[in-house]
Design a protein around this ligand. Structure first.
Ligand code: NAP
Length: 489
């Protein structure tokens, strides 16, 4: 039974194409359908196509067949299609935000911010499509010339997670289209609706058949493994957990596929005693509570100078405790449900583990009783070194605050993780900021700000947060090969 009651909700869910998109045609999945649910109630929203392995193969075939024409397609026209799609996304932002909130749970304002962020990747890469160049240089011995040209990588498989249902798609699809690559896209089964609407928008913007093919499936491993093993595929770009990323790398090693791996995070948020504490608390709220804490960039551990740790924890607890929890469509809600019961149980276990080892809850600490997968915003202090949440990605609205004595201790604690996606540093001392940032083992740093996401910047991690960059000039390089020509003059 559907929980959608408001006409606007019914309308937007009704508008979503529910089929697979292969070779420019919408068609049913051979395995029937899979259910998409509303995490604020646990009730189904609708059914979408469930692809078989043959469907997935057909999607790759369509991408392979469209490849040569798309690679030769005028770059300006590739860019214009992205530009028109950017404009359509912005024009439909309210409806698309509602759809995203229904399937993923985040508050409407945050969904709208994600639509704008997602659209920015199309705008950025619409501009980059006409800036693909090579070089021409004289050999060092003066004889002969070096010529390089950039060419599209070829058919790409793009696999995305549920936490940013649209932006994780546009930051792969945008550069792929701009570079002249064709694609098979596989969104997370929990949140396929945003991506289905995105593909409908691309189709409406004039994207030729076969350039983007969309497969939704209840069994990712069964449908994706044959594609990864297929020698016609040239690249796999994956955003998701480190655990799945490792498996996919193993599979991809057979064909030595080009890879981009945007994996898990365990971001340290470091506050020095010379920082503006109110600004740090404001930054912490964004870094922790954006996306209900379900972001790879979410601050996972707050390392705060001993002198200001209590003050910081109290102020943060006051703000987090005052946040309104509820269905993301409701007025004033700032914290939606977690994606499913499994995720909520994992968050609860991490909190219980910390409390069991001696941590204290300044605010929150519990799952909410009733329908939906809600968890109260939680601030913990007195975190013991062996608490699991210092090592594991929490992916929920839980902020552990831990003191440090000096700069060396802060850096050592921050780097004490297998992950290396992002870190946040709050200090008013520029020399200290640069000194600390140089020693942090992460791909990104937010300096005196709690958010790093930006379509024009290279997003990505090191260590077990993966490799490759999305956004910025670097984002294009992921979809281009460099061919070197030795010219005999
Ligand atoms: P996940 O379980 O790794 O799933 C990600 C995607 O991979 C989904 O589409 C999933 O499909 C698919 N998948 C799972 N197992 C697969 C397999 N064996 N073969 C092929 N595909 C498979 O991650 P998630 O729980 O959706 O997302 C949360 C994770 O993403 C967190 O760790 C977060 O840090 C990370 N993330 C990283 C970034 C970044 O840029 N670094 C950004 C956002 C999120 P199903 O839906 O069918 O399982």
């Amino acid at each position: 039974m559907s929980t959608i009651t408001a006409p606007a909700e019914q309308k937007i869910v009704g508008e979503v194409p529910k089929q697979l998109y292969i070779g420019g045609e919408w068609r049913d999945g051979a395995k029937g359908t899979l259910s998409v649910e509303d995490p604020s109630t646990g009730e189904p929203l609708c059914e979408v196509a469930d692809a078989s392995t043959d469907d997935a193969k057909a999607a790759l075939t369509a991408a392979v067949e469209a490849g040569p024409e798309w690679a030769a397609h005028p770059p300006r026209e590739r860019g214009e299609i992205l530009r028109r799609s950017f404009e359509a996304l912005i024009a439909r932002a309210d409806d698309l935000a509602l759809l995203m909130t229904l399937e993923m749970g985040k508050p409407l304002a945050e969904s709208k911010a994600e639509i704008a962020y997602a659209a920015e990747f199309f705008r950025w890469f619409s501009e980059e499509s006409v800036r693909i160049d090579g070089r021409y240089s004289v050999n060092s011995n003066g004889q002969g010339r070096v010529l390089t040209m950039k060419q599209p990588v070829g058919p790409c498989l793009l696999i995305t997670p549920w936490n940013f249902p649209m932006a994780m798609g546009t930051r792969k699809i945008g550069p792929a289209i701009a570079a002249g690559c064709t694609t098979v896209v596989k969104p997370a089964q929990q949140t396929p609706l945003s991506m289905l609407m995105l593909v409908k928008i691309l189709e409406g913007a004039g994207l030729p058949a076969g350039v983007v093919n969309l497969v939704t499936a209840s069994s990712s491993s069964k449908t994706m493994a044959p594609l990864i093993a297929d020698s016609r595929l040239r690249k796999l770009s994956f955003t998701g957990s480190t655990e799945v990323g490792r498996k996919l790398m193993e599979q991809a090693s057979h064909n030595l596929l080009r890879l981009s791996m945007e994996l898990g995070g365990n971001a340290p948020f470091i506050v020095f005693d010379d920082a503006d504490i109110d600004a740090a608390v404001q930054g912490a709220l964004i870094a922790k509570m954006r996306n209900i804490g379900e972001a790879c960039t979410a601050a996972n551990r707050f390392h705060v100078a001993d002198k200001v740790a209590d003050q910081f924890a109290e102020k943060l607890a006051e703000k987090m405790g005052a946040m309104k929890v509820g269905r993301g469509t409701e007025e004033g809600v700032q914290v939606g449900p977690l994606i499913d019961n499994g995720q909520r149980t994992k968050v609860a276990e991490l909190v219980e583990d910390a409390l069991g080892r001696g941590a204290k809850a300044v605010v929150g600490g519990h799952a909410r009783v009733g329908a939906g997968y809600f968890f109260d915003p939680t601030v913990l202090t007195d975190i013991p070194d062996d608490a699991n949440l210092l090592q594991e990605e929490i992916f929920g609205p839980v902020a552990p605050v831990k003191g440090f004595a000096d700069e060396d201790e802060a850096i050592a604690a921050a780097n004490n993780t297998e992950y290396g996606l992002v870190a946040y540093v709050f200090t008013n001392n520029l020399k200290r900021a640069l000194r600390v940032i140089e020693r942090l083992e992460t791909g990104m740093v937010g300096l005196n700000q709690g958010m790093v996401s930006n379509a024009g910047a290279p997003f990505g991690g090191i260590k077990q947060s993966g490799f490759g960059r999305e956004g910025g000039y670097e984002g294009m390089e992921e979809y281009l090969e460099t061919k070197y020509v030795a010219v005999n003059l």
